[in-house]
Write a protein that binds this ligand. Structure first.
Ligand code: SF4
Length: 245
């Protein structure tokens, strides 16, 4: 569905790979889980599937000007992205913005489990939700890239307010210009999204310098993030490791 330039992506099927849950839990080839933990994690992936309702929207906005630390859209909107992101998006003719969510079903189940004291099950289910959101984000990302490459347009890295110098408060601007409520997503006073398992991302389209194999985690200052995405070569092709930031 496409309304007023907004594309609705509500047919995406997410994958919840138990190996990705294991990775976030700190397991690896060197530190394997015991059979009981493996069982719990497989169950969390199974339990999460019916609770996940993936929805996403994306829209392209024309760029009026890229300064050394800002992107100014033709509609007058200005994002204070900082110098690094401005460099990565140099030459962009438009900015694609997306909002993705897996809905609030999983969150409600988490509250039930926590209120019953089932904290391990709640933690595993929470991580399964993060993996599901990562899978959704990956597919929306891919959809946007495929569409751009079909017309010979190069996309810059997909980033969001809160990353590096880009202030989190710019989320408010995204929610002013995107119809997030139509997929059930809102922003609270602290600029956190509701449902929590939601994510926004933006990318410059028409960049003059392509960032081959860009890995946002490599440029992120958060040293001990459990959601840190390792390279495809290192992770054997795991999907959905990215967190909700
Ligand atoms: S997943 Fe973690 S390390 Fe990677 S960009 Fe996000 S916060 Fe930084």
């Amino acid at each position: 569905m496409d309304t007023n330039g907004v594309e609705y992506l509500d047919k995406i099927e997410v994958t919840i790979d138990p190996r990705a849950i294991l990775h976030i839990q700190g397991y690896s080839a060197k530190k394997e889980p015991n059979p009981a933990m493996l069982n719990l994690i497989n169950r969390a992936a199974e339990d999460a599937r019916p609770l996940v309702k993936p929805r996403a929207i994306c829209k392209e906005f024309q760029v009026a000007e890229m300064t050394e630390d800002k992107v100014i859209l033709k509609n007058g909107t200005c994002f204070s992205i900082g110098k690094k992101i401005s460099g990565w998006w140099k030459g962009s003719k438009s900015l694609v913005i997306a909002i993705c969510t897996i809905g609030d079903g999983l969150e409600r189940r988490l509250m039930e489990l926590s209120s019953k004291g089932e904290h391990t099950a709640a933690l595993n289910l929470d991580i399964a939700g993060t993996v599901a959101l990562g899978s959704l984000g990956d597919q929306v990302h891919q959809h946007i890239c495929n569409r751009a490459s079909a017309t010979g347009i190069e996309m810059g890295p997909f980033l969001n307010p809160g990353y590096r110098e880009w202030p989190l408060t710019d989320q408010k601007i995204i929610f002013e210009i995107m119809p997030a409520a139509t997929i059930g997503v809102s922003l609270n006073q602290q600029c956190m999204m509701i449902p929590k398992k939601s994510v926004t991302f933006c990318a410059g389209a028409g960049v003059t310098e392509v960032q081959e194999h860009f890995n946002r985690c490599r440029h992120c200052g958060l040293a001990k993030c459990p959601y840190r995405r390792i390279s495809r070569a290192e992770d054997g092709g795991l999907q959905g490791l990215h967190g909700t930031m």
